[in-house]
Design a protein around this ligand. Structure first.
Ligand SMILES: Nc1nc2c(c(=O)[nH]1)N[C@H]1C(S)=C(S)[C@@H](COP(=O)(O)O)O[C@H]1N2
Ligand SMILES: [Mo]
Length: 334
């Protein structure tokens, strides 16, 4: 997703707050924020879902020990093996923690995911600020194995835990004027040191048309491989839209707003010729600077990584979603 102008590695490790300093600061911030939400927390205590703490440097060895991945989660098919937990959690884009693929796993420990709340508002009958536990408690988490295809040409197959976004949207009762949904990531330079660098206009914002948001494939995810989301993967709550390029799957969401107009989205604002609002995976529409016809599957063994495979229309989910776009010129609405 690099822009022409962005530096390769904007965050040098020397610029990151030493751990002891930020731990202290975090304690202080945590205490203040804690007081404000104490009443809600006490009220919701019986319904809390037992989230663990989400360290950015979760040990993948431990995850393997707890979850023999081949037993619990099935690959999509012989051609679509699961991407191992190690790879899923150490090769990421999350520019709030740096633009290198390994930066998020190394730097995302500063993100504090508990307590967390999400503002749901705009064209909704029941707007409000929901504590995360309150937002999640009515919804049953399901396992969903999805392909995720980055616009940069790599892809993974990931077992997510989450629930359909539409379950939440129905609960907040979209008004008849609602036509789009806008999502916003946390904006806090202290927790997200990459936001000191103007590689994007922070906070990260994404959007969907309401019918895309209501599609049963669109989920809000809280975990992967049966564990809480690691910070680098968008803890505590992220979107997954498997037929669109990865940048639509916005991480660490603090606001969900129903709107009348098409939301302005971060990558579209940064480089409108390169990243459209729709961003449906489409092997026939090239990125202006490279082809989108093939991809490199991560975690399918060395050979699979070297030998590129054809990218499928709508990332392989055409049967399920192409009717959403009937009559639209997908070359124009890229
Ligand atoms: N807030 C935020 N969300 C984000 C990004 C980001 O930089 N910031 N990167 C996006 C991109 S480009 C991709 S490919 C996916 C990567 O998701 P993953 O970490 O689960 O592999 O996250 C998306 N969501
Ligand atoms: Mo991406």
């Amino acid at each position: 997703m690099l822009l022409r102008t962005s530096p390769e590695h904007p965050i040098r490790s020397s610029e990151i707050t030493p751990e002891a300093v930020y731990l202290n600061r975090r304690h202080f911030i945590g205490a203040a924020a804690g007081a404000a939400t104490l009443a809600t927390a006490a009220f919701l205590a019986p319904r809390i879902l037992g989230r663990g703490s989400n360290g950015g440097n979760q040990s993948s060895a431990a995850a393997g020990a707890i979850l023999p991945q081949d037993r619990r989660f099935k690959a999509l098919g012989p051609d679509d093996p699961l991407t191992p937990y190690d790879k899923v959690t150490t090769y990421n884009n999350f520019y709030e923690f740096g633009t290198g693929k390994e930066d998020p796993s190394q730097n995302a420990g500063t993100l504090k995911t508990d307590p967390w709340s999400v503002q749901v508002d705009g064209e909704a009958g029941k707007p409000g600020r929901y504590a995360l536990e309150d937002l999640l408690s009515p919804h049953k988490l399901e396992d969903r194995v999805y392909r995720l295809r980055c616009v940069e040409g790599w892809s993974m197959v990931i077992p997510w835990q989450g629930f359909p976004l539409r379950d939440l949207l129905r609960r907040v009762e979209p008004t008849s004027a609602a036509r789009y949904v806008e999502f916003t990531t946390l904006h806090d330079v202290k927790q997200m040191p990459g936001q000191r660098f103007r590689v994007l206009d922070w906070p990260y914002v994404e959007g969907l048309r309401l019918d895309e948001a209501m599609h049963p494939l669109t989920i809000l995810a809280t975990g992967l491989y049966g564990r809480d989301l690691p910070n680098q993967n968008g803890a505590p709550l992220r979107l997954v839209v498997p037929w669109k390029y990865g940048f639509k799957s916005i991480k660490s969401i603090v606001r969900i707003r129903l709107t009348r107009d098409e939301p302005r989205t971060s990558w579209n604002l940064a480089a409108p010729q390169e990243y459209g609002f729709y961003a449906n995976v489409n092997p026939q529409v090239d990125h202006p600077r490279w082809s989108q016809a093939t991809e490199r599957r991560l975690g399918g063994g060395l050979l699979a990584e070297i030998r590129r495979r054809p990218t499928l229309p709508f990332n392989g989910y055409a049967r399920e979603v192409e009717s959403l776009y009937s009559g639209m010129d997908l070359g124009r609405y890229y």
